[in-house]
Design a protein around this ligand. Structure first.
Ligand SMILES: Cc1cc2nc3c(=O)[nH]c(=O)nc-3n(C[C@H](O)[C@H](O)[C@H](O)COP(=O)(O)OP(=O)(O)OC[C@H]3O[C@@H](n4cnc5c(N)ncnc54)[C@H](O)[C@@H]3O)c2cc1C
Length: 460
């Protein structure tokens, strides 16, 4: 019996487990797959300044503005302080700029007008600077989990929750775990889990978003289009690559589509001409649990915390504001249990969970010079993704041998390469495919037996 069970090892669940453990509660977190397996590991990695939401969602903008500073302070090792720009590339964008300036000032989001001629796109008509930054979602999640573990929480990776009962959960291996409070932080699966448990579920709509990865950095700052959030209007530098995103469609699929690939490229090249010369090495998709129902772009990116007799469900939100959401959810747990204990996560630094790779650079594309420190709860997990193995230009062709689950690793890489096979990427993809196939032989899934032609698989 523990004080609280947390379901889900994404950034939200990890943040809640840490917050509660630091307040002195006994906590067990269950993650069915691996830390960051959901939206957390499939996002842009943009630590929002708040400007993107200022016009449509001023409360979210203000929260992003303050949490942006908090995350930079407590986890500087997870953040690259790139700064960001908003660029206007047509007259409609220029006009939107006036609204954006006003809304940012009202919401307390720092923003300043800069010379467009000196921006990353010299043809831009208007340019604003912001405090956007790049954040590594896996490192941030692991830092929270590791700190929760150090504070006494039990972290169980690879075991899911099948059913939530009154004061207990039934796990995927049939065990019953009891707790005074249960926190459902299962991301886009939070509502399904409630329904499977015979409980009332909030209206949460799965919203699919696709991102593209460039072979090298095309920008050292976060670049946003100066308009209401739309498709292909953000480019985020991330380690040795840049990430172009995103789309928004009502769907629970994590398979990127060729149509999205073409749209994202078109929009990104218009925003930043440098994208044209860069090879796209991969696409991936994540699912946002949006509150309500309707067109994805019209729905809020806000979060809501639902309380129901011993059960707290967190739906929606952003990586940027995870700590604040975790604080509010933890406050609700404390109230529910009649306990006292103040939140300390606003100032308590997060541990750096990397160690030097000591000369053994496993991925030459990424020059991945760090490895994740040993964490007992990761002993059955393929930690290569946390070391960015295979994330660079060759997509694992050379470094798959360092993975401790090479089949899954290569299949995952190939899933992302396939939708972006085009002129620039064809040669590399062919080489990778041949190399993967040689390595996997009969274990290669049947439907991937033949190399798709230049132009990608027609089924997508
Ligand atoms: C395409 C895209 C781009 C985004 N870009 C950004 C961005 O740049 N900046 C930003 O701030 N936000 C961004 N977001 C939003 C952000 O990614 C999410 O708000 C955040 O990651 C949500 O974290 P979470 O922990 O709530 O959910 P998730 O990360 O989805 O975590 C839920 C976890 O629960 C686990 N789980 C599910 N069911 C069970 C079960 N039954 N038992 C045990 N475990 C279970 C899953 O395996 C998963 O690990 C983006 C989202 C998407 C989809």
């Amino acid at each position: 019996m523990v004080d609280a069970i947390v379901i889900g090892g994404g950034i939200t669940g990890s943040g809640v487990a840490r917050d509660l453990a630091l307040r002195g509660l006994s906590v067990t977190l269950l993650e069915k797959s691996y830390p960051g397996a959901g939206a957390t590991g499939r996002c842009h990695g943009l630590l929002h300044s708040g400007a993107r939401y200022a016009v449509k969602d001023p409360r979210a903008a203000a929260e992003c503005a303050s949490e942006n500073l908090v995350v930079k302070k407590i986890a500087p090792h997870c953040v690259e302080e790139t700064g960001g720009v908003f660029l206007a590339i047509d007259e409609a964008d220029v006009a939107y700029g006036d609204m954006l300036l006003q809304a940012c000032r009202a919401a307390g989001v720092p923003i300043d007008e800069q010379s467009p001629a000196e921006s990353l796109n010299p043809d831009a008509l208007r340019c604003f600077g912001t405090r956007d930054a790049a954040v590594d979602p896996f490192l941030l999640t692991l830092a929270n989990l590791y700190d929760a573990y150090r504070a006494g929480a039990s972290i169980i990776v690879g075991t899911g929750v099948k059913r939530i009962g009154e004061g207990f959960v039934e796990t995927s291996d049939g065990s019953i775990l009891k707790a005074d409070a249960i926190v459902n932080a299962a991301g886009c699966e939070c509502a399904n889990l409630l329904e499977a448990s015979g409980r009332q579920a909030p209206a949460v709509q799965p919203d699919h978003g696709t991102l593209l990865v460039t072979e090298r950095r095309v920008c050292d700052q976060v670049v946003n289009r100066m308009r209401l959030p739309g498709d292909g209007d953000i480019i985020v530098p991330g380690h040795s690559t840049s990430i172009i995103g995103t789309t928004s469609q009502k769907s629970a699929s994590t398979i990127p589509l060729r149509t999205e690939y073409h749209k994202l490229i078109r929009e990104a090249v218009a925003l930043l001409p440098q994208v044209k010369g860069a090879r796209i090495i991969r696409a991936f998709s994540g699912i946002r649990p949006l509150l309500g129902s309707g067109d994805g772009r019209s729905l809020s990116r806000d979060y809501k915390i639902f309380e129901d007799a011993g059960l707290i469900t967190i739906a929606g939100g952003k990586l940027t504001t995870y700590r604040l959401v975790a604080e509010h959810a933890s406050d609700a747990v404390m109230r529910m249990l009649g306990k006292t204990g103040r939140c300390s996560t606003m100032s308590e630094p997060l541990p750096d969970v990397r160690r030097e790779a000591q000369g053994a650079i496993e991925c030459r594309c990424e020059s991945a010079g760090h490895r994740i420190i040993d964490m007992p709860f990761l002993k059955n997990t393929d930690v290569s993704r946390f070391n960015r193995l295979g994330f660079g230009a060759c997509q694992g062709m050379r470094c798959a041998r360092f993975s401790n689950a090479p089949e899954d690793f290569l299949q995952e890489r190939w899933k992302g390469v396939k939708p972006v096979i085009d002129e620039g990427q064809f040669q590399q993809a062919y080489l990778s495919w041949a190399s993967y196939k040689t390595r996997m032989g009969d274990r290669w899934p049947g439907e991937m037996n033949s190399m798709p032609g230049n132009g990608g698989s027609s089924s997508e």
